[in-house]
Design a protein around this ligand. Structure first.
Ligand code: GLN
Length: 483
């Protein structure tokens, strides 16, 4: 049942075709056998998972319904706060922290019957595009172990692709769900900003962060999304609209929809990626959609605006890790020395770089030139999308400029930042966006395409993704590592 859909696994558990404990053990055995080489998990909670699965089985035995995700084993990016289970955000500064509570999304998954297997590797504080900024270990791409799984939710994508969990949760601030999903050949969706509660998620850049699932199919993504969406009074930016009904969206078809392809997204991309977008466009046309060219004229400013706003917010969010209020404590003597030693030892190089960049951009006298300017650019980017959505229902583009690159290949921070050039604008505008596998490169590596929707219109994103998934026929393939 390892490769069965989320719906089939839950159905099997609810009808006693398999017990939740058996299903959970099957994944735990695979993790024990394979994850040493892959590096997707930072912590595996065997006892907690078996206990949770046992409760699901007891619920079924009593004739009660454990929920739509009954007994389905999930892995969580290590930025999700989990009661009794170490949460590090991939950073040394949180090493050894055992949270006393579950964040909202995790609590919702548990309430729906899901079984938490453990915590997944990620870039430190979700800053990165290759998982190489994890303070703990490398995570590899199951399609080619010399390559990156993408980032920052690299462990979340690798684990799903390798069959080391049924589905996972990630977070996406500038592309961290969609980019690793594309590189590992799985589906990833970042909902509209505010759709899923950020309460109990370690913050990176609060005006951009959003939670979403990584799954092996569009139908799985719809099912998981239904379980985690909804208003949460504990997150001040949570939208008040009720959780959307999404189960029928993946198979609803695209007949009559208008799909826009931004002319600005051509440029410097791998020809096989460009071909995958063309192929996806042809699939949608064939299925009855109208495919048109659109323009997002401020696209080229998305990357510089993001790399002012995200570090600025990060510098503020990460101020709390000072050795007194939060985090490990280092240094003897005075307060300044404790701060210096704690933050010096606890943060990695990229996190320090962003804190310095962000602090600089927020300094008196620089604020207008950098932060305020970036916010103005953000408003223009948002307006580009509003104008585009006057003429189309969804937007199709590449997810990444290249398939998964080699570990160590992006030597400078700027090269790494370019890995998210197609995904950042979506976060700046707060829109829903997904990546769905659409083709394979001649190297055998998976290629994903990105679908963006109107605010709160995850349903249309899933409709388009479902149509591409059905016709592209690449979803039944598993990486050789997984067999
Ligand atoms: N790679 C981008 C960054 O480093 C996006 C990360 C994310 O979405 N969390 O900021």
């Amino acid at each position: 049942m390892i490769w069965s859909s989320v719906a089939d696994q839950a159905h099997a558990v609810r009808t006693k075709a398999i017990s939740a404990v058996e299903l959970t053990r099957a994944y735990l055995e695979r993790i024990a056998a394979k994850d040493g080489e892959l590096g997707a998990y930072l912590a595996v909670d065997e006892a907690g998972a078996i206990a949770a699965a046992t409760r699901v089985d007891e619920c079924v035995a009593r004739g009660e319904d454990p929920g739509p995700l009954a007994g389905v084993p999930v892995g969580l990016k290590d930025v999700f706060v989990t009661e009794g289970l170490a949460t590090t955000a991939g950073s040394r500064i949180l090493e050894g922290w055992i949270p006393p509570y579950d964040g909202t999304a995790v609590a919702q998954l548990r309430a729906a019957g899901a079984v938490v297997l453990g915590k997944l590797n990620c870039d430190e504080f979700a800053m990165g595009s290759s998982n190489e900024n994890s303070a703990y270990k490398l995570c590899r791409n199951p399609w080619d172990l010399t390559r990156t799984p993408g980032g920052s939710s690299g462990g979340s994508a690798a684990a799903v692709a390798a069959g080391l969990c049924s589905f996972s949760l990630g977070t996406d601030t500038g592309g961290s769900i969609r980019q690793p999903a594309a590189m590992c050949g799985v589906v990833g969706i970042k909902p509209t900003y505010g759709r899923v509660s950020r309460w109990g998620v370690v913050a990176y850049a609060s005006s951009l962060d959003q939670v979403g699932p990584l799954t092996r199919s569009v139908a799985d993504a719809a099912l998981v999304l239904e379980a985690i969406c909804g208003h949460d009074p504990r997150d001040a930016t949570s939208v008040v609209e009720p959780a959307p009904l999404l189960a029928s969206a993946p198979t609803a078809g695209v007949d009559g929809l208008t799909i826009g392809i931004p002319v600005e997204y051509g440029g410097d991309i791998d020809p096989e990626i460009a071909a995958a977008v063309q192929r996806a466009a042809a699939i949608l046309r064939e299925a009855g959609a109208n495919v048109v060219e659109i323009s997002l004229p401020h696209t080229r400013y998305a990357l510089p605006a993001y790399y002012v706003i995200a570090p600025a917010e990060a510098s503020s969010n990460l101020a709390r890790y000072d050795g007194i209020r939060y985090g490990i404590r280092r240094g003897e003597g005075g307060l300044a020395e404790v701060y210096r030693a704690t933050r010096g030892a606890g943060f990695g190089a990229e996190v320090k770089r962003r804190i310095m960049l962000g602090t600089y951009a927020l300094r008196a006298g620089y604020y207008d030139a950098y932060y305020k300017k970036a916010q103005q650019v953000r408003a223009l980017i948002k307006r580009d999308f509003e104008q585009a959505y006057a003429t189309c229902d969804a937007i199709l583009s590449p997810t990444t400029p290249t398939p998964a690159f080699a570990l160590g290949a992006n030597a400078t921070p700027y090269e790494m930042y370019l890995a998210d050039v197609f995904t950042l604008a979506c976060n700046l505008a707060g829109l829903p966006g997904a990546s769905v596998p659409a083709a394979r490169a001649s190297s055998g590596l998976p290629i994903g395409v990105q679908i963006l929707g109107r605010p709160l219109d995850e349903a249309t994103v899933l409709r388009v993704a479902g149509a591409i998934e059905r016709a592209a026929g690449v979803m039944d393939l598993h990486p050789p590592f997984a067999s």
